[in-house]
Design a protein around this ligand. Structure first.
Ligand code: NAP
Length: 247
C-alpha cells in the first residue's frame, strides 16, 4: 500500500502523548504542526525530534480555548504547509477535586480545554479535513470518560463528551470520505500522572491486567494507525488502549 505524505496538526504536542504522536507522524515523513499553549521550549524540542525522525515541523502557539488564537494557528499552518489532512485533538488538562468541593471555575476550565478546544480546532480545520483525500479527525479521550474517577467529575464529563462528539463528526464527515475516531487511553506515564502519589500508582498497576502503566509510544502507535490509509474503513470508533483496565 502506498503511503502518501500527510500534513497534520497535533494539539498539545509540546509534551507527553502529543509529542509521541508528532514523533510517530514524523517517522512516516509527514509534516507536523506542534501546537502548545505555554511550553514553548518543550514545543521547540518536539519540533527538533520531528525533524530528526524525518518529518518537517513547526511549533505553533495557540490556546485551543481561544477561537482567535486557533484561527491564527490555521493561518500559520497554511502558510507553512498548506491545508491539513489530519487533526488530532489531544490538548488536555486536569484539575482534580472531589465534586462537593469543585468550584464552577474548576468545572469550566477543564470542560473548556477538552470540549471547547475540540470544537474550535475541528471547526477551524473542518474544510481542510473534508477536502483531504484521506482526511482523519482523531480525538484523544480517556478510560475515565467511560468509568468516571474519584475527584474527576469535570475531566470524566469532558472525556465522555468527546465520545459523542467523535461519533457525530464521523456521521457528518462520512460523505466526504474523511473518518473521525477516538482513542481512549488508560493511565499513561506523562506529566499528567506525575503528581499521582506512588502508592496510588501501585494500586493502578495492580488493577491493570497487564500490570503496568502504558507508554506514550503505545498510544501514539494507535493514533498513527488511525491516521494512516490502513484504517480507511474505520469511523466513529472508540479504540481503548488501557492494558485491560476496564475488563
Ligand atoms: P501532558 O503531558 O500534560 O500534555 C498536555 C498537553 O496539552 C501539553 O502540550 C499542553 O501544552 C497542552 N495544553 C493544555 N492546555 C492547552 C490549551 N488550552 N491549548 C493548547 N494546548 C494545551 O498530558 P498528556 O498525558 O500527554 O495528555 C494528552 C492527552 O491525553 C490529554 O487530552 C489527556 O486528557 C489525555 N489522556 C492522558 C492520559 C494519561 O494517563 N496521561 C490518559 C488518558 C487520556 P502546554 O504545556 O504548552 O500548556
Amino acid at each position: 500500500m502506498t503511503v502518501q505524505p500527510k500534513t497534520c496538526v497535533v494539539t498539545g504536542s509540546s509534551t507527553g502523548i502529543g509529542r509521541g504522536i508528532a514523533e510517530q507522524f514524523a517517522e512516516r515523513g509527514w509534516e507536523v504542526a506542534v501546537n502548545y499553549r505555554s511550553s514553548r521550549e518543550a514545543a521547540e524540542e518536539t519540533v527538533e525530534r520531528v525533524e530528526q525522525a524525518g518529518g518537517a515541523g513547526i511549533a505553533v502557539q495557540a490556546d485551543v480555548t481561544m477561537p482567535d488564537e486557533v484561527e491564527q494557528m490555521r493561518e500559520t499552518v497554511h502558510d507553512a504547509f498548506g491545508p491539513i489532512d489530519v487533526l488530532v485533538n489531544n490538548a488536555g488538562i486536569t484539575q482534580d477535586v472531589r465534586f462537593t468541593e469543585m468550584s464552577h471555575e474548576e468545572w469550566d476550565t477543564v470542560l473548556d480545554v477538552h470540549l471547547d478546544g475540540a470544537f474550535h480546532c475541528t471547526q477551524t480545520f473542518y474544510d481542510d479535513l473534508a477536502d483531504a483525500d484521506e482526511g482523519r479527525l482523531i480525538n484523544i479521550s480517556s478510560l475515565i470518560g467511560k468509568g468516571g474517577n474519584f475527584g474527576q467529575a469535570n475531566y470524566a464529563t469532558a472525556k465522555a463528551g468527546i465520545f459523542g462528539f467523535t461519533r457525530t463528526l464521523a456521521l457528518e464527515l462520512a460523505p466526504t470520505g474523511t473518518t473521525a475516531n477516538c482513542v481512549a487511553p488508560g493511565f499513561i506515564q506523562t506529566r499528567m500522572v506525575e503528581d499521582i502519589p506512588e502508592e496510588i500508582k501501585d494500586r493502578l498497576r495492580e488493577d491493570t491486567p497487564l500490570g503496568r502503566l502504558g507508554t506514550v509510544e503505545e498510544i501514539a502507535d494507535v493514533v498513527a494507525f488511525l491516521a494512516s490509509e490502513r484504517s480507511s474503513f474505520i469511523t466513529g470508533e472508540v479504540i481503548d488502549a488501557n492494558g485491560g483496565k476496564d475488563l
